[in-house]
Design a protein around this ligand. Structure first.
Ligand code: AMP
Ligand code: ZN
Length: 148
């Protein structure tokens, strides 16, 4: 069966499911929309109310997304976070973004996760560890600064 082409001019690919949601070819439970941004429920939520915020234009991740679109999605994430907290009686919100497959990104269309959290919900964030030495810490900071 031939792939259904999507018409998003920036996609350059017929297989972006989030572009299909933007265009209405794939259904989603939309909770917010404006000229640049769409928010809809994640189909496999960490908790009910887990919402994805995407730019309507196709970008793969933070690295190719213009600052103006990043500003738009984070501003909407704040608005949605407040609404999700009220709607789900959540105690807190995580906002997350995976960038590139090694981070866990599965859908290669820029998106923020707005995740409601509850006291004692048992979810743990990533394991952390101290630096091996102050020298390692200093070298790491200097290397990052040199890469800016
Ligand atoms: P990420 O790992 O950051 O790329 O997350 C992609 C997210 O998209 C996952 O949490 C999926 O559950 C979610 N997802 C995948 N397909 C759909 C869909 N058709 N509608 C809503 N959410 C989806
Ligand atoms: Zn896309």
């Amino acid at each position: 069966m031939a792939a259904v082409k999507n018409s998003n001019p920036k996609t350059g690919s017929a297989d972006c499911i989030f572009c299909k949601i933007v265009e209405g070819g794939l259904s989603a439970y939309r909770v917010y929309e404006d000229g640049n941004v769409l928010a809809f429920l994640d189909i496999f939520p960490i908790h009910p109310g887990h919402t994805l915020i995407i730019p309507k234009k196709h970008y793969a991740n933070i690295f190719d997304t213009p600052e103006s679109d990043l500003q738009s999605i984070i501003a909407v994430a704040k608005k949605i976070s407040l609404a999700v907290m009220r709607a789900t009686k959540a105690d807190a919100i995580n906002i997350g973004m995976n960038n590139k497959p090694a981070s866990g990104q599965v859908v290669m269309h820029t998106h923020l996760h707005v995740i409601p959290r509850f006291k004692d919900d048992g979810l743990k964030t990533w394991p952390q560890r101290p630096y091996g030495s102050d020298a390692e810490k200093a070298k790491t900071a200097e290397t990052i600064k040199a890469c800016l």
